[in-house]
Design a protein around this ligand. Structure first.
Ligand code: MMA
Ligand code: CA
Length: 185
């Protein structure tokens, strides 16, 4: 009924007939369309679509603006920033990694490559326990690879962190210096 009324009105206005019998919408709809009418008002915008699929996993965020060195199945990264030991540990954790911890000569050398780029030292993932000069990994386990510089560690109880020199040798050191952040993933 409404469609019929519409058709009648349109034809009445735009074509010639006002005879309702001549305007059975079933037959005349095309006529209504063919004759130019006033364009309709645009419809409302549609609703938002569904969220898209999840993206691919990215590189470690710290690596985006930094240097990456691969050795075996480990990746060492460095973003050029320097900070104290505790913040280094937290920063690496924040990015899903851990502070660089060389477990053998090859890994030690991979960290040297990074330090050489900046000519800076770095804190690594060893910490002295209650026994002065006795270092362990951060999970508490025993250290099974070391590369102490001659006469190190020498700090007694005062130097509880370990820093790597640019030649790859190690020094026990106070933990509040600013050193290059080197993480491993
Ligand atoms: C500094 C400090 C120590 C290190 C000696 C080596 C003077 O102290 O870095 O940790 O053992 O230098 O000379
Ligand atoms: Ca020392």
């Amino acid at each position: 009924m409404q469609l019929q009324m519409f058709c009648i009105l349109m034809l009445g206005a735009l074509v010639v007939t006002t005879d309702p019998d001549q305007c059975r919408c079933k037959d005349k709809v095309n006529t209504c369309v063919i004759h130019d009418g006033v364009p309709g008002v645009n419809g409302l915008p549609g609703r938002d679509g569904w969220p898209g699929p999840k993206g691919e996993k990215g590189e470690p965020a710290i690596a985006l603006k930094g240097v990456v060195n691969k050795v075996g199945n480990k990746i060492f990264t460095m973003n050029g920033k320097e900070i104290d030991f505790k913040t280094t540990v937290q920063t690496c954790q924040h990015y899903g990694g851990s502070i660089a911890t060389p477990m053998n000569e090859e890994e030690n050398e991979a960290i040297v490559d990074i330090l050489t780029l900046k000519n800076r030292y770095a804190y690594l993932g060893l910490k002295a326990g209650s026994v002065p000069g006795k270092f362990h990994y951060l999970d508490g386990s025993a250290v099974n690879y070391t590369k102490w510089y001659k006469n190190e560690p020498n700090g007694g109880g005062a130097e509880k962190c370990m820093e790597m020199y640019t030649d790859g040798t190690w020094n026990d050191k106070t933990c509040n210096q600013h050193r290059l952040i080197v993480c491993e993933f």
